[in-house]
Design a protein around this ligand. Structure first.
Ligand code: NAP
Length: 221
């Protein structure tokens, strides 16, 4: 059973489509029920959806309460972007960015570890190459993704000896709704499609069945 967050769009929705084609049992989450229903409507088999704002701890708890079994894998794709030179950034948009990327991941990991640390669960956390290198015009986004990286690497130490594993994923540019919602005008024609990135990630995750693959970077050509 696989739980995918951020499954109403982009990478999460593309992964859901691939795992659905394999006949996996899925629980898909995002904030917007209509967008989730649109994704689920294109699938057959055992696929359910549960809307949740992961920036709300009660929503995170309710999402996991809704699981009928311990998931084998949780793929956390939820996130958002916001860009611009530091002096031009809007405080509310900065807050939203931190909420959607950092707070949401902290709340999700907190609940997952509390419930499943003694279970064999792979928790896949999608960050960005912006967590690996500094980028001008992306300061707050980089700060958010670097924060998530620090979180993941620290919680890994807390999970030493536990069958629960945290897998860090660092994708490069993908042509998804992310750019529209971030408000940044971007020519995404050379970027990976969500389907291409999902295919590469799914393939890389197969290797985790044979040992602990801790970090996956997905570069665009
Ligand atoms: N696109 C890129 O170039 C790129 C590159 C590197 C890394 N990334 C990262 O990859 C991940 C997926 O990005 P994407 O390109 O697939 O973006 P996307 O198409 O915009 O999808 C983002 C998903 O996250 C959900 N979401 C956002 N905030 C949420 C919250 N507070 N609670 C619950 N769900 C929330 C959105 O659903 P609702 O709006 O329905 O809630 C949506 O399903 C993100 O973490 C992003 O930062 C993207």
């Amino acid at each position: 059973m696989i739980l995918i967050t951020g499954a109403s769009s982009g990478l999460g929705a593309a992964l859901a489509k691939l795992y659905n084609a394999d006949g996996e049992t899925l629980l898909l989450s995002g904030r917007n029920q209509q967008r989730l229903s649109d994704v689920v409507g294109k699938m057959s088999g055992d696929v359910q959806s549960h809307p949740a704002d992961l920036g709300d701890p009660a929503d995170v708890a309710a999402l996991l309460d809704g699981l009928e079994q311990v998931p084998d894998t949780v793929i956390h794709c939820a996130g958002s972007g916001y860009f611009g030179s530091i002096e031009e950034q809007d405080p509310q948009a900065i807050n939203d960015l931190i909420q959607n990327n950092v707070i949401s991941t902290i709340y999700l990991l907190r609940e997952l570890v509390a419930r499943y640390r003694t279970h064999k669960v792979n928790v896949v956390i999608v960050m960005s190459t912006a967590a690996q290198v500094a980028k001008a015009g992306e300061s707050t986004y980089c700060a958010a993704k670097w924060a998530v990286k620090g979180l993941v690497e620290s919680v890994r130490l807390e999970l030493k000896g536990s069958p629960m594993k945290l897998i860090a994923v660092y994708p490069g540019g993908m042509a998804t709704d992310f750019w529209t919602t971030s408000g940044k005008e971007m020519d995404t024609s050379s970027f990976m499609t969500a389907d291409e990135a999902a295919m590469m990630l799914k393939q890389a995750l197969i290797a985790t069945e044979h040992g602990f693959v801790s970090d996956i970077t997905i570069n665009r050509n």
